[in-house]
Design a binder for this molecule. Structure first.
Ligand code: NAD
Length: 341
C-alpha cells in the first residue's frame, strides 16, 4: 500500500491549507474529492495542479457509487474527511444541504470506507485510518465560569450546522465501535487565514473595511470564540492522522479566547496603521451592531492539553501574528482585482 491520502473538501478553506501543507512537507500522494460548492476555491491549489503527487476528482460525497470507484482507483491508506456545509447563518436559513452533506454524506463515506477497509489484507488494515475533522461547536454554549471543553465534554449543539456535525461525529464513532473502522476525530475552534470565503467574520470584516462598507457585529459583540490560524490547524491535522491513536478524539485550538467585538476592533486598528481610512477617521467608525443570530452561543472554549501532551503540538501563531498575516494576505488579493476567493 502506497502512501496515499484521500481528502474530502480539499478545495475549501481548511482542506486546501491541509493539501498545501502535506504536499510541501511529506511524500504522500493526495487525492482531493470536492463537489466545488460556492465556498470552494481551486485558486488556493493552483500552484499544485501540475504536481505529480496531486489528483483532483470533482464529486459529491453523497454519491456512494462513485466514491467506491475512487477507493478502488487510488487505494488510499489514509482518509481525511473535511467536506461539509459550514456556515451557521446558512444552516439557520435552510438546513437541507447541511443534513445531506454533513450527515448523509458522512454516512456514504463511512460505508465506502468500511467496504474498502474490509477488502484490505491484514498488513494494510493496520495502516488504514479515517479522520473526521469536526468543530468545537458540537459542545455548545459554555458559560463564562466553565472550564474549556476537553474531549469528554458533553455534546449540546445549538445550530443546525453544529447539530449536523455532532451527528456526523456520532456516526463516525459508531462505525468504530460496531464495525471496527479505525477512526480518529478532531474538534477544532474557529479558523482564520487565507482563502476563507468572505461570509465568515474575519474576511467579511477585512473586505468590508477595505470597501469602506459597514462592519456588521451580531448583538453587542460579546460572544467569545477561540481562534486558530489555519496553517496551524493544517499541521495539527496531519500530526493527528499520522501519529494519533485510533479510536481517540483530539481537541485543537489556538488558546485565544476573544470577544467578537474585540476581533473586529483589532482588525480595524491594524488596518488604521497599514492602510489608514482617512486623516481623522478610523475603521472602527464603520462598526454597526445588528440583530443577533437566533440561538447564538455565547462562548466556545477548547482545552488543548491532550494534543499538546500526547502529540507534542501547539500553535505557532499568536492571534496578533496570525491576524497580521491574514490582513496582509487579503490586502494583496484585494489589490490584485479583488480576486480573493
Ligand atoms: P469550507 O466551507 O471552506 O469548505 C468546504 C468544502 O467542502 C468546499 O470546498 C466544498 O466545495 C466542499 N463540499 C461541500 N459539500 C460537499 C459535498 N457534498 N461533496 C464534496 N465536497 C463538498 O469549510 P472549511 O471552513 O474549510 O471547513 C472544513 C471542515 O472543517 C468542515 O468539516 C468544518 O465543519 C470543519 N471545521 C471548520 C472550522 C472553521 O473555522 N472553518 C473550525 C472547525 C472545524
Amino acid at each position: 500500500m502506497k502512501k496515499t491520502l484521500l481528502i474530502t473538501g480539499g478545495a475549501g478553506f481548511i482542506g486546501s491549507a491541509v493539501i498545501r501543507y502535506i504536499l510541501d512537507n511529506s511524500n504522500y500522494k493526495v487525492i482531493n474529492i470536492d463537489k466545488l460548492t460556492y465556498a470552494s476555491s481551486l485558486e488556493s491549489l493552483k500552484k499544485y495542479i501540475k504536481n505529480k503527487k496531486y489528483f483532483f476528482e470533482k464529486l459529491d460525497i453523497c454519491n456512494k457509487n462513485k466514491l467506491g470507484k475512487i477507493f478502488k482507483k487510488y487505494d488510499p491508506q489514509l482518509v481525511m474527511h473535511l467536506a461539509a456545509e459550514t456556515h451557521v447563518d446558512r444552516s439557520i436559513n435552510s438546513a437541507n444541504t447541511f443534513i445531506k452533506t454533513n450527515i448523509l454524506g458522512t454516512y456514504s463515506l463511512l460505508e465506502e470506507s468500511r467496504k474498502y477497509y474490509q477488502s484490505l489484507n491484514k498488513k494494510n488494515k493496520k495502516l488504514f485510518k479515517f479522520h473526521h475533522i469536526s468543530t468545537d461547536e458540537v459542545y455548545g454554549d459554555l458559560d463564562l465560569k466553565s472550564l474549556p471543553a476537553d474531549e469528554n465534554f458533553r455534546y449540546d449543539p445549538s445550530s443546525p450546522y453544529s447539530a449536523s456535525k455532532a451527528s456526523a461525529d456520532h456516526l463516525v464513532r459508531s462505525w468504530h465501535k460496531t464495525y471496527k473502522l479505525p477512526i480518529i476525530i478532531s474538534n477544532c475552534s474557529n479558523n482564520y487565514g487565507p482563502y476563507q470565503f468572505p461570509e465568515k467574520l474575519i474576511p467579511l470584516i477585512i473586505l468590508n473595511a477595505l470597501d469602506k462598507k459597514k462592519l456588521p457585529v451580531y448583538g453587542s459583540g460579546q460572544q467569545i470564540r477561540d481562534w486558530l490560524y489555519v496553517n496551524d490547524h493544517a499541521e495539527a491535522l496531519f500530526k493527528v492522522i499520522v501519529k494519533g491513536k485510533v479510536g481517540e478524539t483530539y481537541n485543537i485550538g489556538g488558546n485565544n479566547e476573544i470577544k467578537n467585538i474585540d476581533v473586529v476592533k483589532t482588525i480595524c486598528k491594524k488596518l488604521d496603521t497599514i492602510k489608514p481610512f482617512s486623516k481623522n477617521k478610523s475603521y472602527v467608525n464603520l462598526i454597526e451592531y445588528v440583530e443577533d443570530r437566533p440561538g447564538h452561543d455565547n462562548r466556545y472554549a477548547i482545552d488543548t492539553k491532550k494534543i499538546k501532551n500526547t502529540l507534542n503540538w501547539k500553535p505557532r501563531e499568536s492571534f496578533e501574528t496570525g491576524i497580521e498575516k491574514t490582513i496582509n494576505w487579503y490586502l494583496e488579493k484585494y489589490k490584485s482585482n479583488n480576486d480573493y476567493a
